[in-house]
Every structure is written in structure tokens, then in C-alpha cells.
Design a protein around this ligand. Sequence first.
Ligand code: GSH
Length: 144
Amino acid sequence: MRQIPAIVDGELKLFESHAVLIYIACAFPRVASHWYPDDIYKRAKIHSVLDWHHSFLRRGAAGLVFNTLLAPLNGIRSYPQLLSEKDRDRILSPYVKVVKWVEDTKSAISPHFEEVHGVLFESQKRIREQMATKSRKNQARSKM
Ligand SMILES: N[C@@H](CCC(=O)N[C@@H](CS)C(=O)NCC(=O)O)C(=O)O
């Protein structure tokens, strides 16, 4: 499929993030049972949130990642409006539950969040710098 995430475990090749998560939770006894409990009601809730993720959360996130990262890195025309960390915090701060969810997720999977996102954060930093340079050049040109 040429997409991530995908895993290979023995003879099994698997793609689709939710299928991968459920497989890992079931196949590896060291994964704590609260990640995918046997209780059928709890599983139903987990499936519900996973489906919500595809239908809602991903839709917004995919556009953001494309416009602010993938398009600029691949020379595709886009309209990146990268927020500064300060603006991001200001916009998110009223949404206390969202902020807590982000922090809880980071801490639950620490140090892997930083490890996995390191490349993205580096690229964003470079794109921000390029945009700032471009903007300074445009301002200088408009004063001529
Ligand atoms: N429904 C898939 C979506 C996978 C997906 O869109 N992956 C993106 C990265 S988040 C990708 O690999 N894009 C590269 C491409 O499509 O070529 C899942 O949940 O795993």
C-alpha cells in the first residue's frame, strides 16, 4: 500500500493503523490488558473511538500535515500557515480536555512520541525558517 503504519510479524504483513493496534494488543502478552480489555463493552467503546478517529480527527489532521509539511517538502503548491508554538498554545488552551489528552498521550508513550515526531518537528522548523526568510525578502522587495 506504500503507507504507514504497517508491520511485519513473522508471516503476517499488516497495514491500517487500527488493525495494527488491535493485533499488537492481542498478540503480545506484555501489552497491559487495559489497552484492549476482554470486556466486550469496553472493546465496543475502543472501536467507537478508533472509528471516530478515522472519520473526524484524521480528516483535520491530514489536511494540516499535508499543507504544512508534506506539500512544502515535496515542492507542491500549498498554503501553509504554520502557527508558532505560542499561538498553538493560545488557541488550544481553552480546550482543557484536549490539552490533557495530548499531554496524557505523550506521557503514556514516552519517549516514543518525541522519537517518532522528531523528524516532523525538524522539518517544520526548517519550513518556518524558510517562510520567515521568504517573507523578509518580500518585505524588502516591496520597499524598493
Ligand atoms: N487508513 C490508514 C491511513 C494510512 C495513511 O494515510 N498513512 C499516511 C501517513 S499518516 C501515508 O503513509 N501517506 C503516504 C502515502 O499515502 O503515500 C491507516 O489508518 O493506517
